[in-house]
Design a protein around this ligand. Structure first.
Ligand SMILES: [Zn+2]
Length: 253
C-alpha cells in the first residue's frame, strides 16, 4: 500500500471499524449468555419451589391417612366396647341405642376407609408429578452447568483477545485526526449495526444499500479523498482494501 495521507487515514479508520466490530461480536456473544444463565436459574428456582410444594402436599396427605387410620382404630375400639355393653343391657331400648352407636361407628369406619383410598390415589399422582418435576430439575441443572461453563470459557478466552483489541484500537487511533475520529464514533453510535466504515456491495452502500454512482466507484479505488455515503453518511471504502486491512487487523488478535 502506498502512503498517501488519505489512504493512511482510511486504513486506520477501517482498522478501527474491524476491531470495533470484533469487540461488538465478543460482547454480543457474552451478552446473551449471562441472560440465559439467569433465566435458567430462575426456571430452576421455580421448579424447586414446585417440588417442595408437592412434597408438602404428599406429607399432608400422609398425615391425613394416619389421622383416618387412628380414627378407624378408635371406632373399632368403641364398637368392641358397645358390643360388650350389649351383653349387659337391661332393656331393649338400651340395646337399640347401642346398636345405633355401632351402626354409626361402622359408617364412620367406611367413610375413613374411602378417604384413605382417595388420599392414596392422590399421593400416587403427586409422586408421579414429583418424579416428572425432578427429571426437569435434573435437565435444567445440566443445561445450567453447560451454559455456565460456556460463559466462563468465553470470558476466559476473550479476556486476552479483548485486551489485544483495545491495544490495537489505541494504536490505530493515533493515525486518525481527532475530527475524523469524532465523526467515525458519531456515525458508529448512530448505526444499529455499529458500522461507520463500509464497502460497496454491487454498486450499493454496504450500510444502507442506496446506489453509489459508477464514478464514485472509480474514486474509491483511487483512495484520493474521503468518500461518504450521501444517504447514511458512512465512510465508503472499496472491498479489496477493506479485506486487506481486515486481515492485517485480525491476524494477531
Ligand atoms: Zn449508505
Amino acid at each position: 500500500m502506498s502512503t498517501n495521507p488519505v489512504e493512511e487515514r482510511l486504513k486506520a479508520l477501517t482498522m478501527l471499524q474491524v476491531l470495533d466490530s470484533k469487540l461488538d461480536e465478543i460482547h454480543r456473544l457474552r451478552g446473551s449468555l449471562p441472560e440465559e444463565v439467569s433465566d435458567l436459574e430462575d426456571d430452576l428456582e421455580g421448579l424447586e419451589t414446585r417440588k417442595s410444594r408437592i412434597g408438602e402436599e404428599i406429607s399432608r396427605l400422609n398425615q391425613d391417612i394416619a389421622d383416618r387410620k387412628a380414627r378407624i382404630q378408635e371406632f373399632k375400639a368403641a364398637i368392641k366396647k358397645y358390643e360388650d355393653q350389649q351383653m349387659n343391657v337391661k332393656n331393649n331400648r338400651e340395646y337399640e341405642a347401642l346398636r345405633k352407636e355401632i351402626e354409626y361407628a361402622n359408617l364412620e369406619i367406611l367413610t375413613s376407609e374411602k378417604k384413605i383410598k382417595q388420599f392414596s390415589e392422590q399421593i400416587t399422582q403427586k409422586e408421579e408429578l414429583m418424579e416428572q418435576t425432578s427429571g426437569r430439575v435434573d435437565d435444567k441443572k445440566k443445561e445450567l452447568d453447560e451454559k455456565k461453563q460456556e460463559l466462563e470459557v468465553i470470558i476466559e478466552e476473550t479476556k486476552l483477545e479483548e485486551k489485544k483489541i483495545h491495544e490495537k484500537l489505541q494504536e490505530a487511533e493515533k493515525f486518525v485526526e481527532n475530527r475524523f475520529l469524532t465523526g467515525y464514533r458519531k456515525v458508529r453510535q448512530n448505526m444499529r449495526n455499529g458500522l461507520a466504515v463500509v464497502t460497496t456491495d454491487r454498486s450499493a452502500c454496504g450500510g444502507c444499500f442506496s446506489i453509489i454512482p459508477p464514478q464514485v466507484h472509480i474514486e474509491l479505488k483511487q483512495r484520493s479523498r474521503m468518500i461518504h455515503c450521501e444517504n447514511c453518511g458512512r465512510i465508503l471504502v472499496d472491498e479489496s482494501f477493506f479485506d486487506e486491512v481486515k486481515e492485517s487487523a485480525l491476524e494477531k488478535a
